[in-house]
Structures are given as structure tokens and as C-alpha cells.
Design a protein around this ligand. Sequence first.
Ligand code: NA7
Length: 546
Amino acid sequence: MSAVAKTPATSTAQYDAVVIGAGVAGLYQVYRLREAGFNVKAFEAGSNVGGTWYWNRYPGARFDSEAEIYQYWFSKDMYAQWKPTERFPAQPETEKWLNHVADLNDLRKHYSFSTRVTAAHYDEAQKLWKISTDKGDTVTARFFISCAGMLSAPLENRFPGQDTFKGRIFHTARWPKDEIDWTGKTVGVVGTGATGIQVIQTIAPKVGKLKAFVRTPQYIIPMNNPKYSEADWAKKVDGFESLKSRVQSTFSGFEYDFANGSWYDKTPEQRRAIYEHYWKDGSLALWLSAFPEVFSDEAASADISEFVREKMRERLNNDPFLCDKLIPKPSDYGFGTHRVPLESNYLEAYLRPNVQLIDCRESAIERIVPNGVQMKNGTVHEVDILVLATGFDAGSGALSRIDVRGRGGRSLKEDWGKDIRTAMGLGKHGYPNLFTTAAPLAPSAALCNMTTCLQQQVDWISDCLIRLRDKGVTEIEPTKAFEDAWVEHHDSIANATLIVKTDSWYMGSNVEGKPRRLLSYCGGVGTYRGKCDEVAANDYQGFAMS
Ligand code: NA7
């Protein structure tokens, strides 16, 4: 990994655009703006590039998108260079890759690292954003572009008493860089989302004792993660152009798409054969491509959910206690109505003698005490190390943690605190010259291969800025009518699904007081792209310009 360039901003600096973030979106955004000749400044809170892949260095972290599609598409040469070692590479490989992308494209020089944007205020008279950081920088920019991430505001302080804990305590997205010695340690893991599952399955064989605090059980799919040889990758490189165009049009930005027709047109045997096929494939295809009705139809949902439950029971040796605690019941929620994790021997971890399941539904966690975790019923579970895999304030969290102020000093945190609304997830009425990626109401991590969605959003924003420059426009803002229409469209699609009935970060229900709305657009990645392109083709219809 090469040294990080330090380019401190000056108090007088003025830029065409300021970008937050050096993750997948931020790096590409800086690349696009530089290519187009804009004067750009970028800030990153981490000490290096990587975004999600910088922060989430917890044991077992890896993506659930195939390496051949978790990619940038702007350079076939660069694509050919990665040579991933497996189908779903782990965090260190992805972090290394993003460092390579930054070096290859000379992107670091535009960044101030270890620098967090604390405030961004729009100056209506000058039509400029004034951006401040925790390092005391203040810069101005015509455009303020957030690439701060969808799942980047960790819910770290979940429990009272965390600061009294005598051992080491980490949120998974604030994982330390030093090696942790697990030998002989008693380790508590709170949370069994996609993250907690990866941690549990990875550390169970390494620790002395593992105490898994389980609240809501998860439907899972076993990951099939073959190694990739150089010859395998050469074949993927041959398919670069077709993959590139394929992912842009599918429902979820993955290579696969719904291809089995309607669930209703199939016999039970045919459905079963389709489920089995995808189960063996060991990817998210069972979820994102088996049948569209899985997302919207109670009968289809019940059917596929029971298929997964049956598979899970087998793997748990039909152990009554474990099946009761680890397999969602029909009354809980349906398969795929929130994120389905891919896993490797996660369920088998609970069959190990050193793993203890603690049921947080029977008695909730009350507080953290110096020697462990105290439950409501008074029991204290002693641990040496406590891992909080407790999730994120998704979608709106990253920007709400910055003091963003638009017209008349209106606060984004306050606006989103009342109601989470955006214009296609690309901007917000009342906040001129603000552009957002991975923001609420655009397709994002919930139901999209992130690299597909982020590049599409960055491309749309970049093309828009080029167009504005060509036209001599200095201010752009989505109209209220346009934003209202988008929110209505988004809600009408969301409300026709079963997703809105399930509590999870998808709906914001994991954060107390957060307004409830499906955070990701679920009308399909290809559909969304078409709608964005239409807006651009109609000279940014729905956006006021001056
Ligand atoms: P998630 O999916 O939000 O999971 C958080 C987990 O933490 C989940 O199991 C929660 O249980 C659990 N949790 C949170 N608070 C508590 C308390 N108080 N007691 C017990 N358990 C608790 O976050 P992840 O980091 O796993 O995944 C986020 C996304 O990152 C993922 O979907 C991928 O797209 C990548 P609950 O379900 O609320 O009962």
C-alpha cells in the first residue's frame, strides 16, 4: 500500500466541487470530475482510501457480490489487473484493490485524509457551498457531492455502560488495525445481521468461548466461494463488455435477473427444482432472481421461506433449541424481506461446544457492565472482548451527522428527522447544488450490487455538471413537485412489497425515532437508470436551473 498523500486544504481555497468519501463512489466521482477538467477537492475521514473496505476490517468481512461484477467499468485494463483470488473476495483484497485504483488513476492528491467534514452551509447569495472540517479547513465549492456511503454511520453506542467495560469493545465498522489474539478469550458478539454472521462463523474456531447474542433470527444462503485461477479471470475479462452492459439493466445490478417467469405458473415440483438450483449456486441469486413474487406475494414468500427453513433445520441437525432460536418463524417475516446474508458454516458454529447462544428475545440486553453484558433478568454474561455487530444508521445517517444547511439555513438532519425525502436519491429540494450518492430513495445496498448503482449515480451527476458548465448554469435544485412525485412513485412501489412489513435497517426501524420509509428504491436498477436518463435527456426536467 503506498503512502497517503497529504494535501491540506487552505482557508481560502475555492473549488468547482467538493466530494466526501474515498470509497467506491468517491474515488470514481473524483476520477470523473478530474477527467472532465473540474477543480475538485475531496475529504475522507479514514486515513486512507477504501470507504466500506477501509472501515469494515472485522474478521470474515467480504462482499456478497461476485468479484466479476463488484467492479469499476471505466477501464478494461484495470479490470484485467485485479485478478481476484476467489468468487467473493475478503476485505483485505478489496481494500488493496481500491488502493490500486487510487494509485493507478492518481486520485490521492485530491484528498485530505483523516479529515471529517463537519459542516456544509449553502450561501444563497454566492451560490456556493462553504464546507468545514474537523481539521479547521474551510473551503468553498460550487457543488457539494456526498459519496459518504449508505452504511457508514455505525450504531456504536447501543448500550448504556459501554464505557465501563474493562475489556476491548469494538463496533465492526470501527475495527482496529492490530491483530487480535483470540486464544483462550471469551468473546461476546451482539448482532446476527450480515456482519455478525461473518464474525461469528470466522472467530468461533479461534476463540476460547463465544457468546452469541441473538435477537432476530436470519434466513441465510450458504456461500459457494470457489477460488479463481488466472485462467478463470482471463475468461471474465473476455466477457467484460457484455457483463458491463448486463449489470446495468438487471433488477438488482447483478449478473442474474428474474428468468423463471411467474411463481404461479410453476408446479410445486418445478418451484422446488428452481430453489434447489439457486441454493447450490451459493449466491444471492436465490433471493434476487428466483421469482419476483418472493418480494410481493404472501404465498410465494411463504413457500420459499419454508424451503430455506427446511435447509436450515437439516444443518442444525434438527436440534430443537437451535432451530427455535436461529430459524425465522412464519410469523416473523418472509425470506428476503430484508438483507439475506451469504454464510459459510454459520449455523454449524452453534453446534460447536465452545459456542453459546444467548436469546435476547427471552431477556434483552440491559447494559454493559465492567466484566460483560447484563441482561434484563439480571444475568451477567462475562466476556473478555465484546464485538458490536449492531448495524448502521443507513442511508440518511452519514449526511445527517454533518451539519448540512440549505436554503434559509434549513437543516438536512432536521428535515430527514421528520421525513426522509429526496429527488431520485440524487438531490434534495431546498439544497441547491447538493448531489448525493447512496442516499435514500435511490437503489442502493439493500437491493443492488453497490458498484453498479454507485457508478450509475456518479455518472449521472458528472454528466449533469458537464451539462451545467456547457450551459453556463451556476445553480441547480430539484423542484418540490419533482421530489414529491418521486417520493410518491417510490412509495407506491415499496408499499406493494412485503419489505415494508418487516423491521430492519431497510425501513429505518433499527434507529429509534427514525421516520419509517423503505430507504432503497426497489423498482429495479434498470428501471431506475432509464428514469434518470430520461430526466437528463429532457434537459434535467424537474430540476430548476439558473
Ligand atoms: P444489521 O443488519 O442492521 O444487523 C444488526 C444486528 O444487531 C441485528 O441482528 C440486530 O438485531 C442486532 N441488534 C441491534 N441492537 C440490538 C440489541 N439491542 N440487542 C440485540 N441485538 C441487537 O447490520 P449489519 O452490520 O449486520 O449489516 C448491515 C448491512 O451491511 C448488511 O445488510 C449488508 O448490506 C452490509 P435485530 O435484527 O434488530 O433484532
